[in-house]
Design a protein around this ligand. Structure first.
Ligand code: PEP
Ligand code: MG
Length: 595
């Protein structure tokens, strides 16, 4: 299968990292040196200042030229949705802090350009390291990559390109930049593995778009793997197998074929109705973080947006968007998804979502602090401008308003009062809006579960936010890796909470949906349908997977599976029983790791 090399690595050596892009690749390794250029700092004489500043400016403009080249290539490769990644890097090149501070260091501290840029980057990294939000913290890697590019151009070091590789290989690198990924020769590079990285890094996002399997965060893979070593990567489970035996090779070849077949088959589900075998419709909607994801969600079969996390609009910019800017975005999404509904969740900042402008106070326990509607109710003007924008956009499609983190009826009434005031203002100003826009709440606190019947009387719909509900219900910090093993969606307490909420919604005759991550997992799909959920909102890429399952089961069958698990005493018992039932029912789907 592959050219032989002298191999010191034991057969079937397994490494486990993060599955960043699904799929299986089998090929020889190709090591790429992406070690960072070390800066050599030296003091300069005042008369050298101009020359160092010029060298720095030249490095910036060479970097800009290179990135524009990558952008051109991305366009020709049909990656236009991802141009923002390269644009982010271009923007970093112009960042005032990066450029201004570096020049100031050269001038005032008399440090050479290399030393100055390295100090500035160090400071920027510290700022990013202190951010708790994973997505934003991950943007630090963009700073690193741009910094490395400038540094290489400054010292005149050429980076190996991934364009001219001749054999079919799996690239092994310490880190890869999004530019590397765009420039890869996709015919030859069929997968990659890296020491660093996470699922939310831009390189991983691009790999998923290009359909290149990838495993990242392997920590030491570059020091273990020699060039031309036969290897297998499983981007679904995040496993890497070095020097595979004949048996493992055959097993993975079969897995690869099965995976590719199942992926191909998924495409056919995009346009099929989301219903059970006996014709019960379950609306599958998309969660939206950024408005420009709406078109893709629609293409992937989303029947509307079940959760629009508007805080990202605020997190993207230094200055909060005003009413007009918000209106334009909400209107665009409403029009894009029409006639399907778009549920706009009002601002959910605080907790792990940080907006620079709001200067949220340093709280000891931010997840239980001034976040979501608590913050909106305190910042009434901001809240009103968001409600005005949503209401004004409501005539351009089917919009629904949803309040996050409601913990009591009083809070819901306070939110509704703002809404009534805003409606009156709009009437007085003669501005059009849909007076009967549905108003719902997220169920994500244990108190909301316990009084779901009371809340249901004053809500048009519920949407369960399991990401938070599980964390509060089980007292597990959702972003703390040390207790991650206790974060169990199938914990009997969670299942009871879901049951109680569904019953309250059913009794009151209001719609009940789910928009936490649990909704997009194919393993849980039958349990949620049995509980009574009729709307599931998720990352749009999961929609076809869920459809494939639900279209094969009837409500009765779903109920039978549910009865086997609902009274079991531990999360582990429930998991095992559910996996077992699903494996029996869908052997081809659930025997394949992680799919
Ligand atoms: C949730 O808590 O499940 C949810 C969907 O909201 P977020 O993840 O934005 O907190
Ligand atoms: Mg939440």
């Amino acid at each position: 299968m592959m050219a032989s090399v002298k191999i010191d690595i034991e057969q079937d050596t397994i490494l486990v990292g993060i599955g960043a892009s699904p799929g299986i690749a089998i090929a020889n390794s190709h090591l790429v040196n992406r070690a960072r250029v070390a800066a050599v700092e030296r003091r300069i004489a005042p008369e050298e200042v101009q020359a160092e500043i010029k060298a720095f400016d030249d490095a910036l403009s060479t970097s800009r030229g290179q990135l524009l080249e990558v952008k051109k290539q991305a366009l020709t490769e049909g990656l236009s949705d991802h141009l923002y990644i390269i644009d982010t890097h271009l923007l970093i090149l112009e960042d005032q802090m990066l450029v201004g501070e570096t020049k100031e260091l050269i001038q005032k501290e008399l440090v050479n350009a290399e030393g100055a840029i390295s100090r500035t980057l160090g400071r920027l990294r510290k700022v990013f390291d202190s951010i708790t939000d994973e997505y934003l913290r991950e943007r630090r890697s963009d700073i690193d990559l741009v910094g490395d590019r400038i540094m290489r151009n400054l010292v005149g070091e050429v980076r190996d390109t991934l364009n001219d590789i001749e054999d079919t290989v799996i690239v092994v690198a310490h880190d890869l930049s999004p530019a590397d990924t765009v420039q890869m020769n996709k015919e030859k590079i069929i997968g990659f593995v890296t020491d660093v990285g996470s699922r939310t890094a831009h390189t991983a996002i691009l790999a998923r778009s290009l359909g290149i399997p990838a495993v990242v965060g392997l920590e030491t893979v570059t020091s273990l793997v020699p060039n031309a070593l036969p290897m297998i990567i499983d981007g679904i489970s995040g496993t890497v197998i070095l020097n595979p035996s004949q048996e493992t090779f055959r097993e993975y070849l079969e897995k690869k074929q099965r995976y590719e077949y199942l992926e191909k088959e998924l495409e056919a589900f995009r346009t099929l109705p989301a219903e059970t075998r006996d014709g019960h419709h379950i609306a599958l909607r998309a969660n939206l973080d950024l408005s420009d994801e709406a078109a893709e969600a629609r293409e992937l079969g989303a029947e509307g947006i079940g959760l629009f996390r508007t805080e990202f609009l605020f997190m993207e910019h230094d200055v909060a968007p005003n009413e007009e800017e918000q209106f334009a975005v909400y209107r665009q999404v409403a029009e894009e998804m029409r006639p399907h509904p778009v549920t706009i969740r009002t601002l959910d900042v605080g907790g792990d979502k940080f907006v620079p402008e709001f200067n949220l106070c340093d709280e000891l326990n931010p997840v239980m602090g001034l976040r979501a509607v608590r913050f909106s109710l305190k910042e009434g003007r901001l809240f009103k401008s968001q409600l005005r924008a949503i209401l004004r956009a409501s005539v351009y499609g089917s919009l629904r308003i949803m309040f996050p983190m409601i913990s009591g009826v009083g809070e819901l009434r306070a939110c509704r009062q703002y809404l009534d005031e805003v409606k009156q203002e709009l009437r007085d100003e003669g501005l059009a809006f849909n007076d009967s826009v549905p108003v719902g709440i997220m169920i994500e606190t244990p108190s909301a579960v316990l009084i779901a019947d009371l809340l249901a009387r004053e809500s048009d719909f519920f949407s369960v936010g399991t990401n938070d509900l599980i964390q509060y219900c089980l007292a597990i910090d959702r972003s703390n890796e040390h207790v991650a093993y206790l974060y169990e969606p199938l914990h009997p307490a969670v299942l009871r909470a879901l049951k109680q909420v569904c019953q309250a919604a059913e009794t009151a005759g209001i719609e009940i949906g789910m928009c936490g991550e649990m909704a997009g997992e194919q393993l849980y799909c039958v349990v949620l349908i049995a509980l009574g959920f009729r709307e599931l909102s998720m990352n749009a890429t999961n929609i076809s997977r869920l459809k494939r399952i639900m279209r094969q089961v009837s409500l009765q069958e779903v109920q039978e599976i549910f009865e086997k698990i609902i009274d079991l005493p531990t999360a582990a018992d429930v998991n095992l029983a559910l996996e077992d039932a699903m494996r029996k029912r869908f052997p081809e789907l659930f025997n394949l790791s992680g799919i």
